[in-house]
Design a protein. Sequence first.
Length: 238
Amino acid sequence: MPVLSGSVVLVTGANGGLGRELVEQALARGAAKVYATARRPREWNDPRVVPLTLDVTDADSIRAAVAQAQDVTVLINNAGMSLASDTLMALSDEEIRDVMETNFFGPVALTRAFAPVLATSSTSAVLNIHSPLSWIALTGAYSASKAALWSATNSFRVELAPQGTQVTGVHVGYMDTAMAKGVNAPKTSPEEVAWKSFDGLEQGDYEVIVDEISAGVKLGLSGPISDLYPALPANAPA
């Protein structure tokens, strides 16, 4: 199973709250190098961190990153975006496509592009950051994009297993980051999310359920749809 000690990690969205924790905790667990990627990468005061420009929605940018990072053994698809007033009826076509490009097509393209690189390592992994909104549509485009990513993670898990690449999906609800700053609900710290994600990865877990929100929503999938969506009208009598 993959271990962080001696690994070469690439983190997308490294400038954000969770991204920074993933970079720092990978180093704390012994990673030899971390590519900290973003559209406008920041500077890091650690020679083991390589700032790398990467736009996950741009094919040329992905190809350039792969060409520079031929030693990657762990790919972490963390970059994501959300929009205010996110309903499928209210958003424009362009806004819906932007969310899907960042949250779904980007991670899929990166995983496909880095798969041959990961195949050269005896222990390699892909870590995808999901959400309980993969399982319940409390938003429009964001939920749809995370549901699509969850499905892609399941597919990649099977497709990349023969080459020895472990694919792990992380489900976490509200995090104490800028993306959830307007949410009035219990939040998990980015430190805890990164810690539990890496624990699961190193233990060989295929799925990491970080918080009670995620666990509860997953459990609810086995019940009636109306339990997950109480606003739905009751079934009309026959």
